[in-house]
Design a protein around this ligand. Structure first.
Ligand SMILES: Nc1ncnc2c1ncn2[C@@H]1O[C@H](COP(=O)(O)OP(=O)(O)O)[C@@H](O)[C@H]1O
Ligand SMILES: [Mg+2]
Length: 221
């Protein structure tokens, strides 16, 4: 696909300009993103706010450009408000739990169920646009139990460093998230989510140690 300048560079993908109001998400290693694009289309068709997909071709997805700060940027900008802002993640997870997964979507190991899961729904993947929040980065989309997606977000919020002002208030905003999202339905899936995360080559040894400690504290009620 014809693309313009780079907008954002991730570890697995880059986001490139592709004409007015459009971007291309391109996998760095040439990996086919057509299944990811189909998961986004499915989410959107069922009323969940994923960017609109215009085309998918091998390693490229041509999609709607979504403009605005991420939820993460907003939480960093105003840490004293983070406990209010983070509740949006719980709302998005609840809405997503209402969407049944397409039969062709890969099953999330250890989390049997028929819901559409994002499995990376953290504050940097939520863009706050004038038209409401939009959820990007569907690379991990899978089929499974809704509680697994809550467990995934819980684990990410609890174990990913967010910078000092936010880290200092983590207990408060994490509690607000769990109050809305529901810890008990998610708890059984924490071990499976921890395994996934520790197998990710982008996760540092320090984070892996943090995940293990988190699991010891939280996997049992
Ligand atoms: N459709 C889009 N429009 C505008 N910016 C986007 C879009 N999709 C992603 N981005 C930006 O690019 C960043 C990286 O994209 P993302 O899909 O999250 O990939 P990854 O986190 O795997 O690198 C996002 O955090 C966001 O800032
Ligand atoms: Mg991302």
């Amino acid at each position: 696909m014809d693309v313009g300048p780079l907008i954002a560079a991730g570890r697995e993908c880059e986001i490139l300009e592709a004409g007015p109001g459009r971007v291309v998400r391109r996998s760095r290693d040439g990996r086919d993103l057509e299944r990811e694009a189909a998961a986004m289309r499915h989410a959107r068709r069922h009323g969940f706010p994923a960017p609109e997909v215009f085309d998918a071709d091998g390693p490229d997805i041509l999609m709607e450009r979504v403009d605005g700060p991420s939820l993460m940027e907003e939480m960093v900008r105003a840490p004293q408000e983070a406990h209010r802002r983070v509740r949006l993640l719980a709302t998005l997870l609840r809405d997503l739990a209402g969407v049944r997964a397409p039969g062709w979507l890969q099953a999330a190991p250890g989390c049997p169920g028929n819901r559409l899961l994002h499995l990376d729904l953290h504050p940097a993947n939520v863009i706050l646009t004038a038209d409401g929040p939009k959820v990007v980065d569907w690379a991990n989309a899978a089929r499974g139990a809704a509680g697994a997606d809550v467990a995934c977000t819980w684990l990410l919020l609890a174990t990913t460093p967010a910078g000092r002002p936010l880290d200092e208030r983590r207990t408060t905003w994490l509690a607000a998230f769990l109050e809305d999202a529901g810890a008990e339905a998610a708890r059984p899936y924490l071990p499976a989510m921890a395994d996934r995360r520790r197998a990710d080559r982008n996760v540092t040894d320090e984070e892996k140690a943090g995940i293990t400690a988190f699991l010891t504290e939280n996997a049992q009620p």
